[in-house]
Design a protein around this ligand. Structure first.
Ligand code: HEM
Length: 199
């Protein structure tokens, strides 16, 4: 019998522009988290001045003012990258092809193909992090300029709730990075992961 060599599936290709934005979001997210934890340590959200704090090695900035400088400078990179990505996926209609869709919902509800189901989970997870990152920006803005954005701060009930919600975006983002990395590998192997990082 004539055995044909198995053809491997085509390497997924991602636009360079998306790869750059994806990298910028990863780098700026980690700077935001490290500097945010530095600011947190000055007055812990849970338990006040003598409350529960983070070890120095997970923080960035050295002291409160250093943490604030990193946080408020990187905030621009983080927010502008997300804004540019949002405009890009709307203009190119990329969100229709790449984000969680009705077909994904069907695949998860009644689909029998395990590969397709994993891919749909993967898409659901990275689609779901976008509102969390937007919440991180808006809750941060509400604390950064509470006088100018009093209407925004008012939406969060009180200051402690606002701080808690802003803080919770940290563990959610960290958990997301872990699950998203694993799901990316499960959905498309290292080839898919490489496709998002290799120039
Ligand atoms: C740190 C925060 C991260 C965020 C917010 C994030 C978000 C996203 C988003 C929104 C997409 C869809 C992009 C598009 O196609 O337009 C995506 C795709 C992807 N991400 Fe991430 N990502 C992050 C970190 C990572 C990490 C650390 C890895 C792997 C080590 C990774 C691997 C991938 C892969 C492989 C895809 C391509 C998915 C596909 O085409 O099916 N991401 N990510």
């Amino acid at each position: 019998m004539n055995k044909q060599p198995r053809k491997s599936p085509p390497v997924p290709s991602q636009p360079n522009f998306v790869k750059i934005l994806h990298c910028l979001i990863i780098i700026s997210l980690f700077i935001m988290i490290g500097s945010g934890l530095q600011i947190y340590n000055a007055t812990p959200v849970f338990g006040g001045k003598s409350g529960w704090s983070f070890p120095q090695w997970v923080t960035l900035g050295g002291w409160l003012a250093g943490g604030r400088s990193w946080h408020f400078t990187t905030m621009w990179v983080f927010a502008l990258t997300l804004l540019i990505y949002g405009i890009y996926i709307l203009l190119t209609q990329r969100w229709k092809r790449k984000f969680f869709s009705e077909q994904d919902l069907k695949a998860l509800q009644v689909g029998k193909n395990p590969k397709r189901r994993i891919y749909s989970w993967h898409r659901l997870i990275y689609t779901g992090i976008i509102p969390v990152l937007i919440l991180a920006i808006f809750s941060g803005l509400a604390m950064y300029k509470p006088a100018q954005f009093h209407w925004l701060s008012g939406l969060f009930i009180n200051w402690q709730t606002l701080r808690t919600i802003h803080f919770l975006t940290v563990p959610i983002s960290l958990l997301f990075v872990l699950v998203h990395t694993i799901m990316g590998i499960r959905a498309g192997g290292l080839r898919l992961t490489r496709s998002m990082f290799q120039p």
